[in-house]
Design a protein around this ligand. Structure first.
Ligand SMILES: Nc1nc2c(c(=O)[nH]1)N[C@H]1C(S)=C(S)[C@@H](COP(=O)(O)OP(=O)(O)OC[C@H]3O[C@@H](n4cnc5c(=O)[nH]c(N)nc54)[C@H](O)[C@@H]3O)O[C@H]1N2
Ligand SMILES: Nc1nc2c(c(=O)[nH]1)N[C@H]1C(S)=C(S)[C@@H](COP(=O)(O)OP(=O)(O)OC[C@H]3O[C@@H](n4cnc5c(=O)[nH]c(N)nc54)[C@H](O)[C@@H]3O)O[C@H]1N2
Ligand code: SF4
Ligand SMILES: [Mo]
Length: 756
């Protein structure tokens, strides 16, 4: 197993005995020149690179952007390059997302991490045990992939091959194109558990994907429902703080005392995780009772108001307090603050609020709030309507071959249709949470797994087994990770962000092209190139541009049909402004939101749906009804009473991204070991203090970690970050999926904590 124990790390570069700077630089240059001959062993001495750069070598500055948190868009970086090695990174001026956070600064340690995967590898022992590999050439890798995938396709059809991207967003366009070329309707991504629930709920309510919108100059109040941008999107936090300085009022809904709550909130609603549906119903009820609703908008542009009003009437502040633990007076205060400071805007989260068994209902209720207050598509509110034709991963539907995947019968072959009909209506990608079931049933037999991590799912071992049981799988990653790659047949080394081009960075109508700052180390190749070359090996040479990433990006831009070419982007290092009209307000009234040109919204009724027709037609409740989480302290379920603490997992920390970055000395020092955060009250009643070794367990599993006692967490709740292989919290999270979105309850399980 390649992975180091985190507590064995020091902040010092590894010992370089016997190696002078001169000999190292010469060796590195030779390796760079030899390119394909470089081996991973040769790079074990490189850590960190800036310790070895020749001080006298000329420095060249090259522009890039950081991908350490896989955000779209990313923070701008200036790389200081000496002899094909980056010796310094810093924030990039004239770039919309900046400055760098700790992870961005540590990106050099990731780039030159001696444990990076740098050579293609083919398994030589049985899957499911500690891996043994044989180094292979790219040509051999592609030949094996083409032979195995083609054979499985010939015998079981194209849908038996899963094309999957984990958290990395940049390769999505190339991956979906490859899947479609292969003819597989089994394309999926981490969106199965991230963000897509929120987009879908917005779409059900007002016919457009949304996660809300940050305050603009005209915004008077902002409802932040569960985002902790200070740690999950630091570049965005600056903008929110500026809005605060301009006088925007903030309500923050979060179970924890986050920097958003302390830095921004005029009112902080500290709710029990998973009880959001009751809080949202109570919030709407208050807006109605206090007469704060925009009557004109509601009368003309919504359906179902009377039913909604009748439903939420039961959610009095007192009842909401019993369910959510939010004091009644706070709820009233919060609703008044937002309802009397128009225009308001809403900010939701791709994660904190999505991971609940009730998300398909509760997030709809949250998106109804700006609609009820008339804050849709007005200055300072939530703008709607068509922007540039790119998706959030900077690809276009045209490039992904929309004509083919939308063609007759293609989507009807998807494996997830029966379980997740609402999801299937909105997304041309599988909801992949039932992967173990699809593999067990023989529906999926092979996988191209890019940046995939088995620990991202609830009940990890089931997904490890699913990957293990595939007849063939290939993973593409920066590292060998035993918890996932012990179950795959082949492992391919991916180039990191400073070594690659694709995809594009978009900020509204501004587009940035990244050009590689340095050549990839070893034999690593960029994700887009790998996917295009797999396509070539499978026989789609023309459609995959002979593996040429620049040609692919040019084609992508052509499908966007905005008159921009790759050459235009290359000539505009400070970003290319796509000419266009300034955004217009109230497009729903002028008919500019709908494809048919009629006034209204892109919903079946053409109105904002307070009762969803789509859901009602598919046999679901149309109203945003609240249901307790499947495992809840309020359910009085005898099987759960031994686990009195609410388990809130995955709240982001500033120094790690999911399962990544644990080995980087500059970051590892902040949280060297996995911790469970709990309140002083719960710690005292269990005789626990910070630093104690504890066991956290529930009906499903048990993990061991260190206690951290903190007022950040409310009594009755514990907080555990995900992605620690030595204490994987997804051994404790359950597979109780929300029936509308398919999302797992990462935020609202149950557990108990005891001293070891
Ligand atoms: N309990 C719990 N579970 C969760 C969550 C939670 O909050 N709680 N959050 C969920 C969410 S929102 C998400 S997004 C997922 C996280 O999704 P994951 O896919 O688990 O994310 P990572 O661990 O960052 O990355 C997966 C792998 O991709 C590799 N990698 C990173 N970038 C690249 C790249 O550009 N190219 C290639 N080829 N490889 C790359 C990394 O080395 C790593 O091995 O986890 C989900 N799981
Ligand atoms: N440093 C860092 N940054 C990241 C990532 C990372 O791993 N590390 N991951 C990236 C990804 S893929 C994602 S999806 C985003 C996520 O970005 P965020 O959504 O900001 O991430 P979280 O911190 O998980 O969740 C935000 C807040 O939700 C709260 N919360 C938890 N449970 C509930 C609940 O039941 N109801 C409500 N209302 N709030 C709840 C948590 O206390 C937390 O403070 O971050 C991205 N940025
Ligand atoms: S927030 Fe940090 S990790 Fe994310 S892109 Fe910016 S610098 Fe990189
Ligand atoms: Mo995510």
């Amino acid at each position: 197993m390649l992975h180091k124990e985190n507590n064995a790390l020091s902040c010092e570069p590894p010992c370089q005995e016997g190696l002078t700077r001169r000999s190292f630089v010469a060796g590195a240059a030779a390796i760079g020149a030899a390119g394909a001959l470089a081996t991973s062993a040769a790079f074990d001495i490189v850590h960190p690179a800036d310790a070895f750069a020749d001080d006298n070598a000329p420095v060249e500055k090259r522009y890039s952007y950081c991908d350490m948190c896989n955000h779209v868009p990313k923070c701008g970086i200036v790389c200081h390059v000496k002899e094909n090695r980056i010796v310094r990174v810093e924030s990039r001026a004239k770039y919309p997302a900046t400055p760098l956070c700790a992870k961005g600064i540590a990106s050099l340690q990731e780039l030159y991490d001696p444990e990076r995967l740098l050579v293609p590898k083919l398994r030589t022992n049985a899957k499911g045990t500690a891996s043994a590999w044989r180094d292979i050439s790219w040509d051999e890798a592609y030949a094996v992939i083409a032979e195995r995938l083609s054979a499985i396709k010939a015998q079981h059809g194209p849908d038996a091959v899963l094309f999957f991207c984990g958290d990395p967003k940049e390769p999505r366009g190339a991956m979906q194109r490859l899947a479609t070329l292969f003819g597989s309707a089994s394309y999926g991504s981490e969106s199965s558990v991230c963000a897509a629930a929120s987009w879908m709920c917005a779409n059900l309510v007002f016919g457009q994907n949304s996660m809300g919108q940050d305050p603009g100059e005209a915004t008077k109040s902002c409802l932040v429902w569960s985002l902790n941008a200070a740690w999950s999107q630091p570049n965005r936090f600056n903008g929110l703080m500026s809005a605060k300085e301009r006088g925007t009022k903030f309500v923050v809904v979060d179970p924890r005392v986050t920097p958003m709550a302390t830095g921004l909130a005029d009112v902080h609603l500290q709710l029990r995780p998973g009880s959001d549906g009751a809080l949202a119903a109570g919030f709407i009820n208050q807006l109605i009772i206090q007469g704060l609703i925009d009557q004109e908008f509601v009368a003309n542009w919504t359906v179902g108001f009377d039913e909604l009003a009748a439903y939420v009437a039961q959610y009095t502040p007192q009842k909401v307090e019993e369910i959510t633990w939010v004091p009644a007076a706070r709820l009233i205060e919060a609703a008044t603050l937002i309802g009397t400071n128009a225009p308001m805007t809403l900010v939701t989260s791709s994660k904190g609020g999505c991971h609940q068994t009730n998300v398909g209902n509760y997030q709809r209720a949250v998106f109804m709030i700006p609609a009820l207050l008339g804050a849709l598509d007005v200055a300072g509110g939530l703008s709607l309507g068509p922007g540039l034709p790119f998706d959030y991963a900077a690809s276009t539907r045209g490039f992904q071959l929309e004509d083919v995947y939308e063609s007759e019968g293609f989507q009807a072959r998807r494996h997830d249709l029966a379980e997740f009909p609402v999801w299937a209506k909105f997304y041309k990608m599988m909801q992949t949470v039932h992967l173990p079931e699809y593999v067990a049933a023989g529906k999926i037999r092979a996988g191209v797994l890019l940046g995939a991590n088995a620990m991202m799912w609830p009940n990890t071992p089931l997904y490890q087994k699913a990957i293990n049981d595939m007849e063939f799988s290939v993973a593409i990653d920066y590292y060998e990770r035993s918890w996932t790659h012990d179950y795959v047949d082949m492992l391919l080394p991916a180039a990191m962000c400073y070594e690659r081009t694709a995809a594009l960075a978009l900020f509204g109508r501004k587009i940035f092209l990244r050009q590689p700052a340095v050549e990839p180390l070893g034999e690593a190749r960029e994700d887009w190139r790998i996917l295009l070359e797999i396509g070539c090996a499978l026989g789609y040479r023309d459609e995959c541009f002979n593996g040429d990433v620049d040609a692919a990006l040019d084609a992508l831009l052509a499908t966007a049909d905005i008159g921009v070419t790759l050459a235009d982007l290359k000539a505009a290092p400070d970003g290319y402004d796509v000419p266009g009209q300034p955004p217009e307000e109230r497009k729903y009234a002028s008919g500019k939101l709908r494809k048919d040109g009629q006034p209204g919204f892109n919903t079946p009724t053409g109105k904002v749906e307070l009762v969803s027709k789509t859901l009602a037609d598919l046999g679901f409740e149309g109203l945003p009804v609240y249901e307790e989480p499947v495992h809840s302290p309020l359910r009085d379920n005898p099987a759960d009473t031994a686990y009195p603490l609410v388990l809130n997992t995955g709240s982001r920390v500033p120094y790690y991204t999911h399962s990544k970055l644990r080995d980087l000395p500059w970051l590892n020092q902040f949280m060297p070991r996995p911790v469970v955060r709990l309140s002083p009250k719960d710690a005292a009643s269990r005789g626990l203090a910070t630093g104690d070794a504890v066991r956290v367990f529930n009906q499903q599993g048990s993990i061991e970690m260190e206690a951290e006692v903190t007022n950040m967490v409310m009594p009755g709740v514990v907080d555990i970050f995900h992605g620690w292989h030595q204490a994987d919290v997804n051994l404790l999270t359950t597979r109780d999926f929300d029936p509308i979105t398919g999302f797992p309850p990462f935020a609202c399980g149950l557990c108990e904590v005891v001293k070891k």
